[in-house]
Design a protein around this ligand. Structure first.
Ligand code: FES
Length: 139
């Protein structure tokens, strides 16, 4: 009798540990897929201007999707969706070339989001940027 209850206890312990392991392993996937909370400014994102140097880009999340803001020239800012218009990979900024590169199929976009080469069918969608004091209001 005691052997049977020990088996039941071990089986339930293993079941509990297994369920916990599955939960721990899948939590990051659910966290990634879940829509992120919108921010306090009605969907706008605030980024300090000092964080975006001339010729530099800063990636951020906009309405739950990857986006990028860059300073194309002194005081000239532009923001775009960072999702490639071909098959949805995330573009990278290549400061040496002053263009975006999609690592999946070598799609290239200019600093104003236009297609320079590769398979992307459309430009990167732009996102409005406004300067507010020392901050950029994006969205
Ligand atoms: S997904 Fe970007 S070029 Fe194909």
């Amino acid at each position: 009798m005691q052997r049977s209850s020990r088996r039941k206890f071990l089986a339930s312990l293993l079941g509990t540990l297994g369920a916990a392991a599955v939960g721990i392993a899948t939590y990051p996937v659910f966290k990634y897929l879940a829509p992120s909370r919108s921010d306090e400014r009605g969907g706008k994102v605030t980024i300090p201007r000092a964080q975006v140097g001339v010729g530099q880009a800063r990636f951020f999340q906009f309405q739950g999707h990857p986006a990028v803001v860059l300073q194309r020239g002194p005081g000239v800012f532009a923001a775009f969706s960072a999702i490639c218009t071909h098959l949805g990979c995330i573009v990278k900024w290549v400061p040496e070339k002053g263009e975006f590169l999609c690592p999946c199929h070598a799609g290239r976009f200019s600093s104003d989001g236009k297609v320079l080469g590769g398979p992307p069918p459309k430009p990167l969608p732009s996102i409005p940027v406004a300067i507010s004091g020392e901050n950029l209001l994006i969205g």
